[in-house]
Design a protein around this ligand. Sequence first.
Ligand SMILES: [Mg+2]
Ligand SMILES: [Zn+2]
Length: 224
Amino acid sequence: MIDKDSRLNLKKCVIFFDFDNTIATCDVFDNMLLLFSRDDRWMELEKRWKSGRIGSKTCMEGQLRGMDLDKRSLDAYLSKIKLDPSFKELYKFLQTKKIKIVVLSDNFDYILNQILRINKVKKLKVLANKLSFSRGKVVTDYPFKNKDCQICAHCKTKNLMAVSPQGASIIYVGDGSSDICPARRAHLVFAKDNLLKYFKDNKLEHIVFHNLKEVLNHLKRKLT
Ligand SMILES: [Mg+2]
Ligand SMILES: [Zn+2]
């Protein structure tokens, strides 16, 4: 078997992380549904999204409309979110190796940035959908929507390609359906859950991971 990742170009290497269930130990948005939804209507949207009848933008917009969400209660909830216990060590290790690190998320920038700030993770580049508060109301925007893709709100592949310099080695770490398309462009893929299933089913090269300690240990062996 060809060891594809032994050919990584360490001088030009970019690592992309998904956020929910990858850097964060839970799906932060899914848990918000249980905490802030006024009723059970979000479940119908979730069902339609899972079966592919609606994309994640339509799904999330509908679900956000069904929530009683103010900045204070959201911030209080976000302050309790736990990061993978090895994320900071991994982040530091990648920084010492001068590897470019980017988070690609189909969640919202406000949510990710709050969690990262509370966990004292500084200067991490985050590309995600936009959420802000205006006069107490939630305002969203989707600058990375791809009009040719009906699945994602933030279509990650375009950003992955835009951020990666020519000839760069691309590493991808993720778990979800929105990670499939960008991960296919990567030279080294760490996969779990839905992403893992897809890579297995399609016989694509990948490394299974359950937590970021495993990613850290693997990269330490590869990059030192
Ligand atoms: Mg995820
Ligand atoms: Zn897409």
